[in-house]
Ligand binder design. Structure first.
Ligand SMILES: N[C@@H](CCC(=O)N[C@@H](CS)C(=O)NCC(=O)O)C(=O)O
Length: 221
């Protein structure tokens, strides 16, 4: 196996999705910390690797991938001892992809990134409409889980890793009412039982909460 390098920081949800996947696969890798808070993602050295200046970035023997969804599917295909996390079956794979695209375009971009980017760049006033968008996402997620325990069906897949990292981070801004969203709540409990969950998602999430608490934010009605 070649040398696998992950450029990341634990506070970032897409980085935690990659950590969950690498830990699930038990693949060794070198963690290269990129501190977004001190602008390490904007250095010429880092931009030479990832011109977007974002994390995560995976470097695998010269192959560079700069999107968490592309990374987690690639590592399962390449390093998985079986395909359970990202099935090779046409339909099952399409179901996983459907959720990954939903995470990338709706959940992450429309809610988390849109709320967090201004907060982390000195605009701590969050318009109420952005919080409403989070609750709309919770409704959609709850409906995904009506028919089966995981987002792409009966089995745990990388779609769950991608979502759980972002969704648990959204709780910082919009609390999850367990009575209203019981399926999401049960799904999170299920993921928390994974032996690598606390290390891969829990630690970074706690750090994220501490950072946001220290910065503070206000919802504008
Ligand atoms: N779609 C990308 C999103 C990556 C992304 O936006 N990462 C954020 C951290 S959560 C970042 O690097 N932000 C730095 C910046 O925008 O300058 C993925 O899933 O990997």
């Amino acid at each position: 196996m070649g040398k696998l390098e992950l450029y990341a920081i634990d506070v970032s949800a897409p980085c935690r999705a990659v950590l969950l996947t690498l830990k699930a696969l038990n693949v060794p890798f070198e963690y290269k910390l990129v501190n977004l808070m001190t602008g390490e993602n904007r250095t010429p050295e880092y931009l030479a690797i990832n011109p977007h200046g974002t994390v995560p970035t995976l470097v695998d023997d010269g192959v560079v991938l700069t999107d968490s969804h592309a990374i987690i599917t690639y590592v399962v295909d390449k390093y998985g001892t079986d395909d359970s996390l990202y099935s090779k079956d046409l339909v099952l794979r399409a179901k996983v992809n459907q959720v990954l695209f939903f995470e990338a375009t709706v959940v992450f971009d429309r809610t988390l990134f849109s709320i967090a980017k201004p907060i982390f760049t000195n605009n701590t006033v969050v318009p109420a409409a952005k919080i409403d968008a989070v609750y709309k996402v919770y409704e959609q997620l709850e409906s995904f889980l009506q028919a089966h325990p995981y987002f792409a069906g009966e089995q745990l897949t990388v779609a769950d890793f991608s979502l759980v990292a972002t969704v648990t981070t959204l709780f910082t801004y919009a609390e999850l009412d367990m009575g209203k969203y019981p399926k999401i709540h049960e799904w999170i409990r299920r993921l928390e039982e994974l032996p690598y969950y606390a290390e891969a998602n829990g630690t970074g999430l706690k750090l994220y909460n501490d950072v946001v608490k220290a910065i503070g934010f206000k919802v504008l009605k």
